[in-house]
Design a protein around this ligand. Structure first.
Ligand code: CMP
Length: 378
């Protein structure tokens, strides 16, 4: 019999402000989906191919986009699906420490090559009290003060990682806590490659399921408006969005590396799941002007995107030049070292959005880091 995975899903219907429940079926053989409306007990979507859903996106807690509807996967629909897709899936917190914030792209690349995916991310600057709270279990240790002082000295990036045995996989990738020991005992590990000592040791990882849940709640709380603030400056800045197709193709780390290598300062970073209404609002200025407008909206809400504030004098103009022509085919001919030439596919899936007009830089950054940040779908 053909493989079929079943999920219980919820969709927030903005027109009626109601949560609607559907069964979602996914057929891995041809990547098709089918939906069943649970309230009205009838088929809602007949089996149709949906090329932006992949088996690795299907786990409880994730959100998938089925023909512009963002569905929250709230439970497995049958034992077969739970056994096949859910048995070893875990989520954990990866905290990137201040010593390697400019190497975040390298670390994310290693995370992807270990078959983990990044589902949430936020750059934040902890206060002394927040860092002390986070490391409260170490408060009696002699290194506590040094550790806390270091953790609040500069921004950190908190990420939620999801994958098979994510907790132990991330800790193994980190290596021994002391970077010097890591170079001896686990030379491929992140700490061996990028760490300095036992305090400046690149990253932190939760050591158990309960610690992972607590630490994720600390940085990505379920309550609206809580959690450490983002680091956006809203001055001398421009907005860059790493588009969903580039995220799902595993290009996030490479794009971040290219941006840092070109000398741009990433002063804020956060992942967002943009819904249709917000994507339309954000791209409003292109409506009726750019013929790809609808495609751009669909792409932006087809999965998580990563938004960056790029900070610096004349940032909108210089960063836009670095992104290159909107069409990657043209970019590859005229400006082969630009982001779109390197990572884009076509005019819609062109790897990154960047602010077009210098006067819109702050406004676009505000749209994400002031308006959408902290806002959660009910
Ligand atoms: P982390 O994974 O963030 O969890 C606790 C941190 O305490 C650890 O990484 C190290 O940075 C730090 N740490 C652990 N042991 C020592 C030690 N013996 N001396 C100094 N710092 C330590």
């Amino acid at each position: 019999m053909e493989d079929r995975y079943a999920f219980l899903t919820e969709w927030f219907d903005p027109s009626s402000s109601l949560l609607r429940r559907y069964q979602l079926f996914f057929y891995p053989k041809d990547g098709s989906v089918e939906m069943f409306d649970l309230k009205n007990q009838r088929r809602f979507l007949k089996r149709t191919e949906c090329d932006n859903i992949h088996q690795e996106d299907l786990f409880v807690g994730n959100r998938v986009n089925v023909f512009t509807r963002q569905l929250n996967l709230i439970d497995y629909g049958d034992q077969y699906t739970a056994n096949k897709l859910g048995s070893k899936k875990e989520r954990t917190l990866a905290l990137i420490k201040p010593d390697v914030i400019t190497k975040i792209g390298d670390v994310i690349d290693l995370i992807y090559s270990s078959n983990l995916i990044v589902t949430k991310a936020k750059m934040t600057k902890l206060t002394w009290t927040q860092a002390a709270d986070f490391y409260v279990e170490h408060q009696s240790k002699p290194f506590f003060n040094n550790l806390v002082n270091f953790m609040c000295s500069d921004p950190v990036v908190a990420m939620e990682l999801v994958g098979d045995e994510a907790i132990s996989t991330w800790r193994r990738l980190l290596g021994p806590a002391d970077s010097t020991a890591a170079r001896r005992e686990a030379p491929q590990s992140v700490r061996a490659q990028f760490g300095t000592d036992v305090i400046k040791n690149v990253g932190h990882g939760a050591d158990s399921l309960s610690a992972a849940a607590r630490e994720l709640e600390y940085f990505f709380p379920s309550t609206i408006g809580h959690g450490p603030a983002n680091t956006a400056t809203f001055t001398d800045c421009t907005c860059c969005i790493i588009k969903p197709h580039a995220i799902s193709e595993g290009l996030t780390g490479k794009i971040l590396n290219s941006i840092s290598a070109a000398g741009f300062e990433i002063s804020a970073l956060e992942m967002f799941n943009v819904d249709q209404a917000n994507a339309e609002e954000f791209y409003e200025v292109y409506k009726g002007v750019v013929k790809e407008y609808l495609g751009m909206v669909t792409e932006l809400c087809s999965g998580p995107c990563m938004v960056l504030e790029i900070h610096g004098t004349d940032a909108p103009r210089t960063f836009r030049e670095f992104c290159g022509p909107a069409d990657p085919v043209i970019a590859r001919h005229l400006r082969p070292n630009t982001l779109r030439a390197l990572y884009g596919k076509d005019k819609v899936r062109n790897a990154v959005h960047c602010t077009d007009l210098p006067e819109d830089g702050v406004l676009e950054v505000q749209y994400f880091f002031k308006i959408l940040d902290g806002w959660k779908q009910p």
